[in-house]
Design a protein around this ligand. Structure first.
Ligand SMILES: [Zn+2]
Length: 185
């Protein structure tokens, strides 16, 4: 049976059939996300490229239905969660960053205005057909922070080194201490 995530179908068809997707993919199957990670890691050494970032699981829950009684508007409910490997912009080390995005969306044609009293985000339909995986990937791309960083500074292993490198004028208070300890040896 074909996976409805990968099919290009009329959004109305997804709603009228009440298509529900509850599946787990791998990052490698999300070509846009995989390309972004690959770009990011391009300058990294072999140790990182050998890591299995493309095998990380992507959990997807996505259910389509009509948003209104007249069955004009299509909506989806769901969420996608995964982890991607990113370069921490503080310590420049790769790390696994959890990523989550809501898939509560209202599908609207570009020239149609809708009252946005619901918490659903408006998704502009650029073409007649919709590929649910494109929606999932777009939501994830938008969820990637502009400046990925380790959540805890404790995980930033070279934080101290980086800070010292960035501010060569500031004297390292530990430099003297280190020297003293070396002198003892
Ligand atoms: Zn870091």
């Amino acid at each position: 049976m074909a996976n409805p995530l990968f099919d290009r179908v009329l959004p109305e068809r997804l709603a009228s059939r009440g298509v529900t997707i509850d599946t787990t993919l791998k990052i490698a199957q999300l070509s846009r996300i995989a390309a972004i990670i690959e770009d990011e890691m391009a300058g990294e050494d072999g140790a990182t490229s050998a890591s299995n970032w493309s095998e990380l699981p992507v959990q997807i829950k996505l259910a389509f239905r009509w948003a209104d009684e007249r069955e004009c508007l299509v909506q989806s409910e769901g969420e996608v969660s995964t982890s991607i490997v990113a370069l921490c912009q503080r310590c420049l080390k790769p790390f696994e960053m959890p990523l989550w995005a809501s898939l509560d969306l209202l599908y609207v044609e570009p020239d149609v205005e809708v009252a946005t009293e619901s918490s659903f985000e408006v998704w502009e339909l650029e073409e007649e057909f919709l590929r649910p995986l494109d929606v999932v990937e777009e939501a994830l791309v938008l969820a990637i922070p502009f400046v990925p960083m380790h959540q805890s500074t404790k995980d930033c292993t070279s934080l101290v080194e980086t800070a010292v490198k960035e501010k060569p004028d500031v004297q390292n208070p530990f430099a003297g201490l280190k020297q003293q300890m070396q002198d003892k040896d």
